[in-house]
Design a protein around this ligand. Structure first.
Ligand code: ADP
Ligand code: AMP
Length: 216
């Protein structure tokens, strides 16, 4: 197994946007736990049914469901040279599970870029976010408008506003981030893996900074 990166940051920081850019540039798969959950919801799988109520409320899906789902994905052939994780881990328990999973596969995390953005800007970003139905490509009415309104530039599918991007749920997700996910900042800092990136800059500036860190 090869190079693994964890993109850490609050909801709306730009993890998915940056992961798509880096994944293409460095030719490593972008694994988004949120995208896997949404695919399962769309396909009405048992996993999707289990995750639905948590996602709608802006809560985390329990670790016993989430960890197995991501490990199954990481066992696929395309991850043998590494992966860029976005939205996972989100709890200390998930982080420890990831460490032991990688260790038992003779791999380790190379670094953890932490994309930091203040709360006011997160709300602005999430309330203007439009997501593509087919593949989860992400746009923004102001910061990254699609060429044709309502259509994905990449695959032409319809864009929609995620239900959990409505104001009350966004506020809940940010609360959950501070309570359950932000302890991972110290967890990875103590391991010497954390690299802080100023996520308040433009999409291009943030990706330049990330490419510098990832050095693929
Ligand atoms: P996350 O995956 O961390 O939740 P996204 O990548 O989906 O965040 O980005 C949230 C929203 O903010 C999207 O609409 C995206 O187009 C927009 N966005 C991402 N990065 C930036 C940036 N650096 N400046 C302005 N808007 C951004
Ligand atoms: P995201 O697409 O990363 O914003 O995630 C959307 C939602 O999916 C979250 O609000 C959670 O309900 C769920 N989710 C995604 N990743 C995880 C995770 N690692 N642990 C628990 N729940 C998750």
């Amino acid at each position: 197994m090869g190079k693994f990166y964890v993109l850490l940051g609050p909801p709306g920081a730009g993890k998915g946007t940056q992961a798509a850019i880096i994944s293409e540039k460095c030719d490593i798969p972008h694994i988004s736990s949120g995208n896997i959950f949404r695919e399962n919801l769309q396909n009405d799988t048992v996993l999707g049914q289990k995750a639905k109520s948590y996602m709608e409320k802006g809560e985390l899906v329990p670790d016993d469901i989430t960890i197995g789902m991501v490990e199954d994905r990481l066992e696929k052939e395309d991850c043998k040279n590494g992966a860029l994780l976005d939205g996972f881990p989100r709890t200390p328990n998930q982080a420890r599970a990831l460490d032991s999973f990688l260790e038992s596969n003779g791999a380790a995390i190379k670094c953890v870029p932490f994309i930091n953005v203040d709360e006011k800007e997160l709300i602005e970003r999430l309330s203007g976010r439009w997501t593509c139905k087919a593949e989860g490509h992400v746009f923004h009415t102001k910061y990254k408008p699609p060429k044709e309104p309502g259509k994905c530039d990449i695959d032409g599918s319809d864009l929609y506003q995620r239900k959990d991007d409505k104001r009350e749920t966004v506020e809940q997700r940010i609360k959950v981030y501070f309570k359950q996910t932000s302890p991972l900042i110290a967890y990875y800092r103590e391991k010497g893996l954390l690299v802080e990136i100023d996520g308040s800059k433009t999409i291009e500036e943030v990706s330049d900074a990330l490419i510098n860190v990832v050095q693929c």
